[in-house]
Design a protein around this ligand. Structure first.
Ligand SMILES: [Zn+2]
Length: 302
């Protein structure tokens, strides 16, 4: 496990980005990116941070930046993206026990329909491949017959799909067809795919250390969308959280979160709806002069 406290800065703030925490991984290739940490690894990361650092809620981070107040030395914040059930079941009790603040950004269709992101669907299918398969995609041919080339296919698809305005639904159906995959790809209930329900979202937010934020309706890359759809992704997600979990959110995070995935248009839409800050997934550190809609984060995955 990497020592994440080495990133903490004097008078600075680091926002850490997590996705999930699991107590075991029953799969062979799934979660090879360590998007979900094992519980014991998660505890190690937290203990290391807690020893050196000062954990802040994002409301406190907002207050520092808004008022141009220096951060306490070695400040950090904890965030989770997407709304996995294991956040509620495994991560939240640990955070509460350690009295650490955290923000959970939930994707509302994931909560509403127990939906799964395109890449998790692809991983799920590739995990289940038992005999040799060939996939032709993005003008390339991939042979899938062992764990090594399964992972190299997944790495390639992650990279290739980000290069252009990919239609992710089409991409998933195309791979599904080529693999002859006959099982369902939604409402998956294993520990890597299951999402929280509205009741669990509400319960998390009731804990004084934990806060809910938004992360769009469908986890679409906002900059790929036309104006109407970008507005819908943002506005409808905020509305759904208010209606179903009775929470008026002030926090949000951009899906994928890299530089090319958001811009002025998205920031304006978020501000219109009362969102006060939105971190990206670009690697880096924050200080009192940081832009509240372009805060940096550090992905915890090893
Ligand atoms: Zn996400």
């Amino acid at each position: 496990m990497k020592n994440y406290s080495k990133y903490l800065k004097k008078k600075g703030n680091v926002i850490f980005l997590f996705h999930g925490v699991i107590d075991r991984n029953p799969f062979k290739i799934r979660n090879y990116t360590k998007k979900h940490l094992l519980k014991k690894e998660f505890i190690k990361v937290l203990n290391d941070l807690k020893k050196k650092g000062n954990c802040m809620s994002l409301d406190q981070v907002y207050d520092n930046i808004k008022n141009k107040k220096n951060f306490k030395d070695y400040s950090y914040s904890i965030t989770f993206d997407d709304g996995f059930y294991n956040n509620y079941k495994i991560a939240a009790p640990i955070l509460k026990k350690k009295k650490l603040h955290a923000t959970f950004y939930v994707t509302t269709s994931f909560i509403q329909k127990n939906e799964t992101s395109w890449i998790d669907k692809v991983e799920h299918m590739i995990e289940k491949v038992k005999t040799k398969k060939i996939i032709n995609i993005f003008n390339q041919k991939f042979v899938i017959n062992n764990n090594k080339n399964k992972i190299s296919f997944l790495n390639s698809i992650r990279y290739l799909a980000k290069k252009d305005k990919t239609d992710f639904n089409k991409l998933v159906s195309n791979i599904k067809k080529q693999l002859g995959f006959n099982y369902k790809l939604n409402d998956l209930n294993n520990i890597l795919d299951k999402k929280m329900n509205w009741n669990q979202v509400r319960k998390l937010n009731q804990c004084k250390y934990l806060t809910i934020g938004g992360h769009t309706v469908n986890h679409s890359i906002l900059s790929f969308l036309n104006d109407r759809d970008a507005k819908k992704e943002i506005y409808n997600s905020i509305k759904a959280i208010k209606k179903n979990a009775k929470i008026k959110i002030k926090h949000y995070s951009y899906p994928e979160g890299l530089k090319h995935t958001f811009g002025k248009r998205e920031i304006k839409l978020l501000k219109n709806k009362g969102i006060m800050m939105c971190p990206s997934a670009e690697f880096g550190f924050n200080n009192k002069n940081s832009n509240l809609f372009n805060l940096k984060r550090i992905f915890v995955n090893s």
